[in-house]
Each structure stands twice: as structure tokens, then as C-alpha cells.
Design a protein around this ligand. Structure first.
Ligand SMILES: Nc1nc2c(ncn2[C@@H]2O[C@H](COP(=O)(O)OP(=O)(O)OP(=O)(O)O)[C@@H](O)[C@H]2O)c(=O)[nH]1
Ligand SMILES: [Mg+2]
Length: 453
């Protein structure tokens, strides 16, 4: 249910800047804005839909403290579907806080995270897939996913889901008809027709699922962990690749304890490099804790870079490899070219680098990127953008698979069971769009938003 409250929040990032924007939405927003605005022109304070008005802002003691530009969007033609005001003021936190508190004194309340977009959803302006695209667009780390998220916001994924739903409804109506009619009127091609349609639905959904992990990494950036035994040069490599003296390096094994992060671009893909404690068993409690944390990072990272020393090219147990991995031999500068060529032949699956001179690091970055994202960009299919969508699509895939199994019977297809599976798939499709979601799912979606969006 939509709360009757009028809500207020700052929509721009906190801090100092050229301007900040305070948003106000709800039925009392006009009265609240009128009670804080001063203008010599009465006409200006009539606030017309989609126009801006220059006013002075006053506090509760009628002291003028700021010049502001106010934009007004009248219900229902606003982002939230309610009367919506955007007050642009100087970008200073004390001015912003003053506007927020005066609005609250006049009847508004501070908005929850994502509450403006939640109202937009509850007022039927956007569906849940579009609402999720708003959050993803705000957090996009690459141009490719920013433009993809914008397409989702315009409704591209929603219309794909609606088309799929329409196909299943058409099929379901034929199946229900088959169940109702007499023997003579049976539809001879129904079994084959249904099979073909559901197979293509399944393939389409599979492609969208396959693109999800690439999308996720492109949207939020990749995490790459540098790991291996102590003293092999993990911290030196982090410093070289990040171009900054982030981690302490020393010839003493066991120098790094806490994970240290740096940023790097993998050919346009933003990545966080994570330097970790050298993997060994140690009597030192603090170092051992560092090793436990390093192992956790290996398992959670998108790629783990396993370093060895040129003197001791070590093997890693498959259990400790992580999601995707690259083997690296460091300190190549310590041997001559002839020995290096020989070692490269003996270890063709290893990348030879020198964190000291930078030798081989360009090749290493390419290798890491290719490991994380094997294809250069997302294919033309529309990807699924959130874990919530992914979980539901997996359930739909199950129903489609069950239906295909029922339809592959040689004789006596159980159309009554097919009908049940299709109905369940349709319920799930509705929940992707947010037509049948519970309040706790909505809270989960909108709590991940920032305040003011
Ligand atoms: N010659 C040479 N020395 C290197 C290279 N990389 C690192 N070193 C040296 O190796 C020693 C260990 O380097 P670190 O980067 O501290 O090694 P680490 O793997 O982070 O070690 P821990 O934090 O103890 O696990 C330091 O003395 C570095 O200067 C390299 O490419 N060539
Ligand atoms: Mg280190």
C-alpha cells in the first residue's frame, strides 16, 4: 500500500558541490513548498506543471536563507505519479539539511531508501523489472551496462517477458480447449506445436541466464584476488598494476595480513585487485587469520591469480582454484632469456611476469579479462539483471522442462498436468514483473536503493 505521507530526501550525493537537489513527493508537497518559498510575484508561486520557478527559501522564523530553483511535476505525470517538487539549492550539506528539516517541520517525513521509485512502482508508472533497472543504472560501472540498463528502464526486458507470457497464455488456451472438447475435435498438431514453442522459450531464457553473469561483472566491475605462498611478490604486483604504493613489501615472508585493495582497468572493465596474506600454515594467530581470509577471498572473487616464484613453480590443488583462475610465475627478471624460454615451454599454462620491471603484465591483464569475460561483449539477447529475476527464471525453466517431458510422451499426453505446469510458469512470469510480489520482496528490492531515488 502507498503511504499517504509526503516524503522528502536529498537526491544528489552528500557533500559539497555546485548544486544539490532536494526531492519532495506526496499530496501535501505543494503546501510544504509554499510554506518555505518567498517570491515577489504571486504568479510565480502558482507552480505550473513541468516549469521551474526561482524563489527564496525561508526558515520557520521567516528568515530568508537561500535562493533556489524549484521544478514542479504534477500528479500523475511525475516520476512517482504524485505531486513532485525538486528544489535545487547550493551544494552545501548545511543548506540541504536545513531544507530537509524545514520540510519535515511543515509536515513531510524523510524518505526511506528507494521510496520515490517504490511509489512510482506502486502507482503503476513502472514495473518491478524497470524499478530494478533504475538501481542498476545508478550503479553501472561501464558504458555498455549503463546503456543496457537504460534500455531495461525503457521497458525492453519487460516487453520480452510480456511477449513470453502472451505465448504461454495462447498455448495454455489451446491446451484447455483440448481438455474440453470431444474426441473428434482434437487438435492433431498440438503436441508438436507446443513442443516447438516451449523449446524456443527455453533456449531464449537460457541465453538470458547465460548473459547474466557477464552482465553482473560488467555492471559492478570484477574482483581479482592475488594469492599464493608468502614472498612470491603479490604485494609488489598489486603496487605495480595499481600504479600506487598501496601495500608494504619486504623480503620477509608473511608481511601481508589484511587484504589490500587497488583499482585497475582490464581493457575498459573496472576491476578491484585484492592482495592477500601468503598461503602457509603458521603458528602466528594473526597470520593464520589472514590466511583464512585470503582463502575466503579466493572463493568469492571472479578470478584468482595464483602466483609462484621463479625458483619454485608450485601447483595449486583444484579445491583452492576459485571461480576462474590464472597461473603466474613472478620474478622473471632474475633469470636469463634462455632459461626463461625453457621454463615457458615446460609450463605453457603459466604467465611469466616481473612485478619489479613490469615484464609480461600487459599479457597478464588480458589473460585475466579473457578468463572473466570470455566473449568480448554481451550478445544481442536481453540479459537478466538481478539475482531475484534469475531465481524466478530458473523456476520458470523448471516448469517448461517439466512440460516438455510431459509432451514427449509417445501416447496419451497428460494435458491436465501440462496445464498446471504452464499456469505455474505464468504465475512466476507475473512475479518477475512485480504483479504478484509480497511486501518483503518489495522491501528487499527497494532497500538496495540510495535515499532520494
Ligand atoms: N627481483 C624481483 N623481486 C621481486 C619481484 N617481486 C617481488 N620481489 C621481491 O620479493 C620480496 C617479496 O615481495 P612481496 O611483494 O612483499 O611478496 P608477497 O608475496 O606479498 O609476500 P607476503 O606478503 O609475505 O605473502 C620483496 O623483497 C620484493 O622486492 C620481482 O618481480 N622481481
Ligand atoms: Mg604481501
Amino acid at each position: 500500500m502507498i503511504s499517504p505521507d509526503t516524503i522528502v530526501a536529498v537526491a544528489t550525493p552528500h557533500g559539497f558541490g555546485g548544486i544539490s537537489v532536494v526531492r519532495l513527493s506526496g499530496s501535501s508537497s505543494k503546501n510544504i513548498v509554499l510554506s518555505v518559498s518567498v517570491s515577489s510575484s504571486k504568479r510565480a508561486l502558482s507552480f505550473k506543471h513541468r516549469t521551474i520557478t526561482l524563489v527564496k527559501l525561508k526558515d520557520q522564523n521567516n528568515n530568508i536563507f537561500e535562493d533556489a530553483v524549484i521544478a514542479f511535476f504534477k500528479a500523475p505525470e511525475s516520476y512517482t505519479g504524485e505531486d513532485l517538487f525538486e528544489i535545487s539549492c547550493h551544494g552545501n550539506p548545511s543548506i540541504v539539511n536545513k531544507i530537509l528539516s524545514i520540510c519535515c517541520l511543515n509536515g513531510a517525513r524523510l524518505a526511506e531508501p528507494g521510496e520515490f521509485t517504490k511509489r512510482s512502482f506502486l502507482n503503476g508508472k513502472i514495473d518491478l523489472v524497470q524499478a530494478e533497472a533504475v538501481a542498476s543504472l545508478i550503479h553501472s560501472k561501464t558504458e555498455e551496462t549503463a546503456s543496457l540498463n537504460f534500455k531495461m528502464l525503457r521497458g525492453e526486458l519487460s516487453s520480452v517477458i510480456k511477449n513470453l507470457k502472451q505465448d504461454l497464455i495462447t498455448l495454455l488456451s489451446k491446451i484447455e480447449f483440448e481438455l474440453d472438447i470431444s474426441e473428434e475435435d482434437l487438435q492433431p498438431n498440438l503436441q508438436k506445436e507446443s513442443h516447438t514453442l516451449l523449446k524456443s522459450c527455453k533456449m531464449f531464457l537460457q541465453k538470458a541466464l547465460n548473459n547474466h553473469s557477464a552482465y553482473r561483472i560488467l555492471n559492478r566491475g570484477a574482483s581479482v584476488v592475488l594469492c599464493g605462498p608468502p614472498n612470491v611478490g603479490k604485494s609488489t604486483l598489486l603496487n605495480f598494476l595499481a600504479g600506487s604504493d598501496l601495500a608494504i613489501t619486504s623480503p620477509q615472508p608473511g608481511t601481508t595480513r589484511d587484504a589490500i585493495e587497488g583499482s585497475v582497468s582490464l581493457g575498459g572493465l573496472p576491476a578491484t585487485l585484492i592482495d592477500t596474506a601468503g598461503l602457509r600454515s603458521s603458528g602466528d594467530e594473526i597470520e593464520s587469520e589472514g590466511v583464512v581470509r585470503a582463502k575466503e577471498r579466493i572463493l568469492s572473487a571472479d578470478c584468482s591469480v595464483h602466483l609462484s616464484d621463479i625458483d619454485n613453480i608450485s601447483r595449486v590443488s583444484p579445491k583452492e582454484l576459485g571461480k576462474s583462475h590464472v597461473f603466474v610465475v613472478n620474478k622473471s627478471d632474475l633469470i636469463n632469456n634462455k632459461t626463461l624460454s625453457l621454463l615457458k615451454k615446460q609450463h605453457p599454462d603459466h604467465c611469466f611476469v616481473s612485478a619489479k620491471t613490469g615484464y609480461g603484465t600487459g599479457v597478464l591483464l588480458d589473460l585475466i579479462k579473457n578468463n572473466i569475460l570470455p566473449s568480448p561483449s554481451l550478445s544481442s539477447s536481453v540479459p537478466i539483471i538481478t539475482q531475484r529475476q534469475k531465481n524466478i527464471i530458473l523456476k520458470i525453466q523448471d516448469h517448461i522442462q517439466n512440460t516438455l517431458l510431459l509432451l514427449s510422451q509417445k501416447e496419451d499426453v497428460h494435458y491436465d498436468l501440462v496445464s498446471i505446469e504452464l499456469r505455474d510458469a505464468l504465475i512466476q512470469l507475473d512475479s518477475v514483473l512485480g504483479k504478484t510480489v509480497t511486501d518483503d520482496i518489495l522491501d528487499l528490492v527497494f532497500n538496495s536503493f540510495c535515499v532520494g531515488k
